[in-house]
Design a protein around this ligand. Structure first.
Ligand SMILES: *Cc1c(COP(=O)(O)O)cnc(C)c1O
Length: 392
């Protein structure tokens, strides 16, 4: 028996031992030149991970929700009109945040498991006067993937900013911040970035920073004011000290280790590996005759899979059975269908062996709960899909 169960949820994920080890070094002063160097390196590597030489990276002690919060607080002034694409739980959250800052939010809601048609988004944008389009790259409640390049292009065509909640996508799903013209992309350390919870990371385009600088009213959030943090981020990237609030020193050390691993793998390789893992896992679920929440492969994320229970299997008995097999997977999250599906995260530095072990645990749980299928058929389908994607 391993001393810990394999954590296969859509964040927090399994963390690399080197990343964890970096946290347990004695905490230095935040003014220590070695730490300033580490912080600066982490900011530089963020540019590679977000594919944004020209954006402004931020690293702040907080969770992903905070990064979303300030992506609204810094851009929105009361009465601003925005479009929100709603594909699930975290889209709903973005809507609540936007309204909290006084935005007039027009929601374009997709049916569960689908994403809004870009044409619908364009029709709304054509009405004019929209300041920004907000959406999740991957909604972790449904496993649905939005088409960022198309949405970013449309937003700009109609003079709106493009703000992306990339908490369940960045460092795993393809995201080309500069090339696609994204204005804000936010994430958190515990997802595909591969660092324990506690850091919010985000990138802001120069265009979005200008919008923030030209506000008529102060940013109604002190700790999250981009312009308070900007000199600190710029100073550290230039290997100089500046202070606004104490950085999460040990977490930033960990972050630098994880970002080094991500950069060493290479972004294209990393996207490809996540697609391959996802294809193998989804092939296994299909072989077990289990449906997924996303309506098609095209709209399905590669960082997680949302799977419907077969008839007669209940969340309350399934999840603990999988845990008994040494693997932790998640229940449903979207209120109307919460009891009908489970979610498996497969992002970060997991091995194919971890994926196979997860499929095996799911098979054993289903089998023991009376579901009829050929034991091993999920594992075999994953092996085949994995091998096929290696051949291409
Ligand atoms: C996890 C997640 C969040 C929330 O992040 P926290 O770190 O829990 O605040 C927001 N959006 C998406 C898409 C997520 O997956």
């Amino acid at each position: 028996m391993k001393s810990h169960k394999l954590l296969m949820i859509p964040g927090p994920i399994e963390f690399d031992p080197a990343v964890l080890a970096a946290m347990s070094v004695p905490t230095s002063s935040h003014t220590d030149p070695a730490f300033i160097q580490t912080f600066g390196e982490a900011l530089e590597k963020m540019r590679t991970v977000f594919q944004s030489p020209s954006g402004q990276p931020f690293i702040v002690a907080a969770s992903g929700t905070f990064a979303m919060d300030v992506a609204a607080a810094n851009l929105i002034e009361a009465g601003d009109r925005v479009i929100l694409l709603n594909i699930g739980y975290f889209s709903e959250r973005f809507g609540e945040i936007l309204e909290r800052y006084g935005a007039q939010v027009t929601q374009i809601k997709a049916e569960i498991g689908n994403r809004p048609d870009p044409q619908q988004v364009e029709e709304e944008l054509k009405k004019g006067g929209y300041k920004a389009v907000y959406f999740s790259h991957v909604d972790t409640s449904t496993g649905v993937l939005n088409d960022v390049p198309t949405l970013a292009r449309l937003a700009h065509q109609y003079g709106a900013l493009c703000v992306v909640d990339g908490v369940c996508s960045i460092a795993a799903e393809e995201l080309r911040f500069d090339e696609w013209g994204v204005d804000v992309a936010v994430t958190a350390s515990q997802k595909a970035i591969g660092v324990p919870p506690g850091l919010a990371l985000w990138m802001v385009s120069q265009r979005a920073l200008e919008v923030c600088r030209n506000r008529k009213t102060p940013v109604p959030n002190y700790y999250g004011d981009w312009l308070k943090w900007l000199p600190v981020m710029q100073a550290h990237e230039a290997r100089q000290f500046d202070y606004f609030a104490t950085p999460a020193i040990n977490l930033i050390r960990s972050l630098n280790v994880s970002l080094s691993q991500i950069v060493a793998e290479g972004m294209e390789n990393r996207y490809a590996r996540h697609r391959k893992m996802s294809r193998a896992f989804k092939a296994a679920m299909t072989a077990l005759e289990l449906d997924q929440i996303p309506v098609s492969e095209e709209v399905a994320a590669h960082t997680l899979t949302a799977v419907r229970y077969p008839q007669g299997i209940q969340a309350g008995e399934f999840l603990p059975r999988v845990a008994q097999e040494g693997v932790i997977v998640s229940g449903g999250l979207l209120p109307p269908i919460k009891q009908e599906y489970f979610r498996v995260g497969h992002m970060g530095n997991i091995s194919f062996g971890d994926l196979i072990g997860t499929i095996s645990a799911i098979e054993r749980a289903l089998s023991s709960l009376g579901y009829h299928f050929t034991i091993g058929s999920g594992v075999a389908a994953a092996q085949r899909a994995y091998q096929e994607s290696e051949a291409v």
